[in-house]
Ligand binder design. Structure first.
Ligand code: HEC
Ligand code: HEC
Ligand code: HEC
Ligand code: HEC
Ligand code: HEC
Ligand code: HEC
Length: 498
């Protein structure tokens, strides 16, 4: 019920007319515009940018909320301030623009051009941020100085032109957010020097291969045989060359569509291989389950020491990264790196024992990079004095250290096993080692079946290497007869053997 005798309600002063609320309003406007703009570029862009999700759905809304908070804060302060004052009648001014007034016309002109410049800058800013966040510089350099090892090795791999985000994040907002939440922790860890050295792998929240690798690589592709040469030099005085030339049966394909089988059989024919690894680096695999794509038959292989069932939640379905776990960051072993430089003539093979000496110089413990560079020079100088080719050899070995050893992050080939083969790490022999059996005693491909995965076309050096045997020859191991019960990686470790 209203009482006519009451005095008229006091005029309220405009609660939003203050600088804080004005700044808030501008922020709200800018973020709304940026949101619309980002959605638009993401729709017309040829490639989906994995980072656009976070800009659109996190950064822009964050600014929107900030703007709304500013408006509210301005309103509250204004109200508190005006609560103590007596309202003045007629204090409320109304906005009236009269275009016949030159002052108003000027004002409107300033306002329109100001707003246009503001929106343009917002568009430019969002567009630049959008591009920057997906750049390799952002991932590898800006806040990720911690990632120098990954950044360096990445530049030598076949994926040097694939952005970090394409493998580590992929597209879609939810993975973006997940990776940024862990990224936020990483920023904290970097700032306060709390990060792990080395960075632990396997990365827990890495996106499954189907959503990263398989966006570019068609898993059913039939690769057939790949001809690869592995160049070595023995650790003797003459640095005797020894090369192995293999035809790798990569295979692939899909049944009903031509040839299939070979190494890529694991993935490509939709066979499901699952396993349980008992160590964090997935190097010890005591249990494997195979589900056939053709008849649905399930077979379980176990080692003798492991007869139980894997703990709940520990079973992993095999994908590309169980073999190709170093597609972008392969830390070369000192043997590999030195042998490559010897083959290229950067390290002279006429220096006696240079293969062995160079590897020893690389693998000595050094506290930091500078000490390593000095140490390498000292060792080689002491050994070879002023022999021909010492200076370039020193430079080459020092260069190898820069590219493959990262003492600050404790990262090198020892930290990050490469699962693709079986010589320096267990790799394929984690499962194919004659020891994993089903209850009826059958074995998956045996390690001792040297022709199951490749054919040895030639081996040795010089003349011998040009006599290629398409039917394959037996491996003549330079280290003596091979014992099928001993894995290659029990002796070979990528460096000087014990
Ligand atoms: C071709 C795909 C691919 C690209 C491109 C890529 N990575 Fe990786 N990255 C991987 C895989 C696979 C792993 C190993 C994951 C595992 O073992 O769990 C990895 C591991 C890492 C690790 C963990 C430590 C280590 O050395 O294994 C870091 C850090 C990393 N990557 C950062 C980067 C950065 C920074 C870039 C860009 C400069 C990048 N990656 C580009 C696929 C990629
Ligand atoms: C954005 C596209 C893209 C993505 C994503 C991608 N690759 Fe590649 N990959 C390439 C290109 C390009 C090459 C180089 C082809 C060449 O050199 O002929 C390549 C080459 C390769 C090779 C052969 C060369 C080598 O190093 O032996 C392997 C193996 C490979 N990729 C595995 C992977 C795996 C595993 C992943 C997922 C972690 C992946 N790729 C993700 C584009 C991609
Ligand atoms: C069982 C282990 C294994 C799995 C699983 C596997 N690969 Fe391979 N892949 C190999 C081996 C071994 C080679 C031979 C090259 C080598 O030794 O470096 C190879 C070669 C390749 C090449 C090079 C082909 C060429 O023409 O140069 C590509 C590309 C590739 N793999 C992609 C993939 C992708 C993508 C996946 C997942 C869908 C995958 N691989 C799964 C073992 C595997
Ligand atoms: C996680 C365990 C696991 C790993 C690691 C693994 N494999 Fe296998 N592989 C299997 C299983 C299981 C089978 C199926 C055995 C069967 O059918 O009897 C198989 C089958 C094969 C076959 C036979 C395919 C066919 O045509 O029948 C080849 C070849 C092969 N693997 C090569 C490799 C190579 C090369 C590597 C390393 C790059 C590797 N595997 C790593 C588990 C593994
Ligand atoms: C389960 C499949 C598989 C079996 C079984 C297998 N290999 Fe291999 N082997 C590979 C793969 C894959 C590579 C290539 C690794 C790479 O590209 O780095 C390889 C590489 C090699 C190399 C070259 C390595 C180097 O760096 O010089 C030699 C030598 C070799 N194998 C010998 C053998 C001998 C001998 C046997 C039998 C005792 C055998 N392999 C059994 C899969 C297999
Ligand atoms: C009992 C230990 C032992 C085992 C097991 C062993 N090797 Fe060797 N291997 C040696 C020794 C010792 C040499 C000679 C090293 C030298 O003079 O550089 C050698 C040399 C080699 C070389 C040439 C030089 C080099 O260092 O690359 C190759 C290739 C090789 N082995 C492959 C293999 C493969 C593949 C397997 C598994 C099938 C294997 N070895 C198992 C001890 C072993």
């Amino acid at each position: 019920m209203s009482d006519v005798s009451d005095p008229p309600p006091p005029e309220r002063s405009a609660p939003l007319r203050n600088w804080l609320s004005l700044a808030g309003a501008i922020t709200v406007l800018g973020s709304l515009f940026a949101f619309v703009f980002l959605v638009a570029i993401d729709t017309v862009a040829r490639e989906t940018n994995p980072y656009v999700g976070i800009l659109t759905y996190l950064v822009a809304p964050a600014f929107l909320i900030l703007g709304l908070l500013l408006i509210a804060a301005g309103w509250l302060t204004q109200r508190r301030r005006s609560a103590g004052q007596q309202p003045v009648a007629g204090a409320r001014r109304t906005l009236a623009i009269d275009l016949s007034q030159p002052r108003d016309r000027r004002f409107l002109g300033y306002f329109v051009s100001g707003a246009a410049v503001f929106l343009l800058l917002t568009a430019f800013g969002s567009y630049q941020t959008y591009h920057f966040t997906e750049s390799v510089t952002f991932c590898g350099e800006t806040c990720h100085s911690v990632m120098q090892p990954e950044f360096t090795t990445y530049h030598h791999g076949s994926h040097a032109r694939v952005s970090c985000a394409e493998c580590h994040i992929g597209s879609g907002a939810s993975w973006y957010v997940k990776s940024k939440i862990s990224g936020a922790y990483q920023v904290y860890a970097t700032t306060f020097n709390k990060y792990e050295r080395p960075i632990k792998t396997p990365i827990k929240n890495l996106r499954p291969a189907q959503e990263t690798c398989e966006r570019c690589h068609w898993p059913e592709k039939f690769t057939g045989n790949l001809d690869r040469s592995y160049v070595h030099y023995l650790a003797d005085k003459k640095n005797t060359p020894f090369t192995v030339r293999l035809s790798l049966r990569v295979g692939g394909g899909q049944p009903g569509d031509g040839f299939f089988g070979g190494i890529h059989w694991h993935m490509n024919v939709a066979n499901k291989v699952e396993y349980y690894a008992s160590d964090p680096q997935r190097q010890v695999i005591p249990w494997i389950r195979m589900t056939s794509a053709t008849n649905g038959e399930v077979r379980v292989f176990r080692t003798k020491d492991f007869q139980g069932e894997p703990p709940a939640g520990s079973i992993r379905a095999m994908d590309c990264m169980d073999c190709h776990n170093r597609p972008a960051h392969a830390y070369q072993t000192p043997n590999q790196a030195v042998e490559t430089d010897m083959a290229l003539g950067k390290i002279s093979t006429s220096l006696p024992y240079v293969r062995k000496t160079a590897v020893e110089a690389l693998t000595k413990e050094y506290p930091d990079n500078d000490r390593a560079i000095e140490g390498i020079a000292t060792i080689l100088r002491q050994k070879y004095q002023t022999a021909d080719g010492v200076a370039p050899a020193i430079a080459a070995v020092q260069h190898i250290y820069q590219e493959d050893f990262f003492p600050k992050m404790k990262a090198d080939w020892r930290t990050y096993p490469n699962n693709i083969g079986h010589k320096d790490w267990p790799g394929c022999f984690r499962c194919h080692d004659d020891k994993h059996r089903t209850v009826d005693g059958s074995v998956a491909v045996r390690s001792s079946d040297c022709t199951a995965c490749h054919t040895l076309l030639a081996q040795g050096r010089g003349e011998e290497l040009s006599r290629v045997a398409p039917q394959g020859v037996e491996f003549k191991h330079p280290g003596g007869d091979l014992d099928p019960d001993v894995l290659c990686s029990d002796c070979h470790n990528g460096s000087v053997q014990k």
